[in-house]
Design a protein around this ligand. Structure first.
Ligand code: PXP
Length: 249
């Protein structure tokens, strides 16, 4: 487990389940991957139970709750079904994300400002049950203020636009996105929110975000599971951990 002042790494194991589901059997097992990730230095495991169950399934969540020694960050859309599941399992953290059936991945942040009343009522029982409530949002002051007003303890800043700009070689846009992420991390921290970040991070993009002193946790999945094909999961995670520590140090 990480020291309190260290940046935590949450490993998202959704895409182990994506590969398993391509054949419909039991392997590769995302719970086995989660246990390996723990041993490799993950401080938490993240899993997104989507409405269409395209990767993680209900049974995976049950097995993760039983098997994990590190906290589970349960990603979910703000639906009655997901609230009921979260209240049944009471994971350490729930991260509320926007979800569209037709998207390949979580494309943007949650629209909190327009849904403030609904979301405040939605997250209250989750908080009362002892879950830390995190809201996945764009680096946008209006959304951050709304997240604080509804009573979220944590925000996770969407790093997708920054990572996409890097991948496309548009370094001006990448640097603008990075500046915005930096500024909004400071802003959110000033409101008393714990700041996390994630989406699309790779070995090439992780360090500038890891260097923000206000960021306490990064959640990283797709790249690590892809890299595990070449390196194995343990070295893939160890290298991410090393880069994060180097950037922080
Ligand atoms: N954080 C959140 C809230 C996410 O929805 C996702 C993707 O499921 C991630 C982090 C991880 O993104 P990636 O798989 O691109 O590393």
């Amino acid at each position: 487990m990480a020291q309190p002042n260290l940046l935590r790494l949450g490993v998202n194991i959704d895409h182990v389940a994506t590969v398993r589901n391509a054949r419909g059997g039991a392997v590769p097992d995302p719970v086995r991957a989660a246990k390996l990730a723990e041993d490799a230095g993950a401080d938490g495991i993240t899993a997104h139970l989507r409405e269409d169950r395209r990767h993680i399934g209900d049974e995976d969540i049950e097995r993760l709750m039983d098997a994990l020694s590190v906290p589970l960050n349960f990603e979910m859309a703000a639906t009655p079904e997901m609230q009921e599941i979260a209240l049944r399992h009471k994971p350490h953290a729930v991260c509320i994300v926007p979800e569209k059936r037709e998207e390949r991945t979580t494309e943007g942040g949650l629209e909190v400002a327009r849904e403030e009343n609904h979301l405040a009522h939605y997250i209250a029982p989750l908080r009362d049950a002892g879950c830390r409530v995190s809201i996945f949002i764009a680096a946008d002051q209006k959304q951050i203020e709304a997240a604080a007003r509804i009573g979220a303890q944590v925000i996770e800043l969407h790093t997708g636009a920054y990572c996409d700009a890097h991948a496309e070689g548009d370094f001006d846009a990448r640097d603008r996105e990075l500046d915005r992420l930096r500024e909004m991390s400071t802003f959110a921290h000033g409101l008393g929110l714990e700041v996390h970040a994630g989406h699309g991070l790779t070995y090439d993009t992780v360090q500038p975000v890891a260097a923000f002193p206000e960021v306490m946790e990064l959640n990283i999945g797709h790249f690590l599971i892809g890299e595990a094909i070449f390196l194995g999961l343990t070295p893939a995670i160890a290298e991410m951990r090393r880069l994060m520590d180097e950037a922080r140090g």
